[in-house]
Design a protein around this ligand. Structure first.
Ligand SMILES: NC(=O)c1ccc[n+]([C@@H]2O[C@H](COP(=O)([O-])OP(=O)(O)OC[C@H]3O[C@@H](n4cnc5c(N)ncnc54)[C@H](OP(=O)(O)O)[C@@H]3O)[C@@H](O)[C@H]2O)c1
Length: 301
């Protein structure tokens, strides 16, 4: 595993909900935060995969304090049930779960485009419904992407069908999540709460340390992937900017963090820059209104 450059923060007494905690970067956030003593709520859509992740964390962190929250971000009903199930104070929510490479015909159970519905609208509805449980100095950490620059973000068409390259539309869904984060930071400017975005760089499973039952990769593929480590990283390393955004004492409301290395693909967490578009207050406000209208979930004042 990449060596964390961060000081070991004692997170005992702190509770963090992580969406998509059963695999990839979300799993590594869960393991790393549990290792520091945090109580981790794993928001996962598959009970079986969630149990595998719990067993994997316990194999590394014997006294980990873990709880599974059933959560399918592609269903607003499931999101509402998950929010009701949490019912305990939250120090942080990490909006990590994500879908990429979907087809333009793929839909959530509410009929939204799968990437926008899962990556953005599901997280919007989740944070809105959990807001009353957030502690006074809570953090909402969203997982952005370099891809947020790949396509224009038009709030007026965020709910409509798209054409063209899937990767561009994935970028748009991530841009929407990021614009929501910065709009939330603006709302929280007079409070102790922090809304922050972090992106993981470029992370692949063959460079990720093995964990039982998670993304199993053959020894041959691991060996072949080794030379790529100069450019990209494992999902354990990719979790670092997100964990730092969740725990770092140098994090400010409205920050954006990512890896320090070439092209921001890998490396220790540093502040990075987001596009002017996702930082635009006008875009953020329009997107916020669109999210409330589409999800029919009002964000508490
Ligand atoms: N890997 C990269 O290089 C990279 C780069 C930039 C940004 N990111 C972002 O980082 C995040 C994690 O990526 P990753 O590479 O770790 O992906 P991953 O290995 O594919 O894991 C994705 C996670 O999201 C969960 N998920 C997907 N749809 C869901 C839904 N409807 N409800 C609940 N959970 C759902 C998956 O659960 P299941 O196991 O049930 O499918 C899984 O736990 C994503 O937001 C991604 O966009 C990744």
């Amino acid at each position: 595993m990449d060596t964390s450059p961060l000081p070991p923060a004692d997170l005992r007494g702190r509770t963090v909900l992580i969406t998509g905690a059963n695999a990839g970067i979300g799993y590594w956030c869960a393991e790393q935060l549990a290792a520091r003593g945090a109580r981790v709520l794993l928001g996962c859509r598959s009970p079986e995969r969630a149990e595998i992740a719990v067993a994997a964390i316990l194999s590394q962190v014997k006294d980990a304090d873990l709880r599974i929250i059933p959560l399918d971000l592609g269903s607003l009903e499931s999101v509402a049930l998950a929010a009701a199930e949490v019912a305990e104070p939250l120090d942080a929510i990490i909006c990590n779960a994500g879908v990429k490479a979907a087809k333009h015909t793929d839909r959530t159970s509410d009929g939204f485009d799968l990437m926008v519905g899962t990556n953005f609208l599901g997280h919007f509805a989740l944070v809105a419904q959990l807001e009353p449980l957030l502690t006074p100095d809570a953090r909402v950490v969203t997982v952005g992407s370099l891809a947020h620059r790949f396509a224009p973000l038009d709030p007026a068409s965020i709910g409509t069908q798209w054409q063209g390259a899937s990767l561009r539309h994935y970028g748009r869904s991530k841009a929407a999540l990021m614009a929501f984060t910065f709009a939330l930071a603006e709302r929280w400017s007079d409070s102790q709460r922090i809304a922050v975005c972090a992106h993981p760089g470029y992370a692949v499973d063959p460079l990720t340390p093995p964990r039982p039952g998670l993304a199993e990769v053959s020894r041959l593929v691991r060996t072949l992937a080794k030379p790529t480590r100069v450019l990209v990283q494992g999902k354990d390393g990719a979790a670092l900017p997100i964990v730092h955004a969740t725990t770092g004492i140098d994090i400010a409301n409205g920050d954006y963090w990512g890896p320090s290395g070439l092209n921001e693909f890998r490396g220790a967490p540093v502040r990075v820059s987001a596009s002017d578009e996702v930082r635009s207050p006008e875009t953020g406000a329009a997107l916020w209104a669109a999210a409330e209208r589409l999800t029919e979930v009002p964000f508490p004042d």
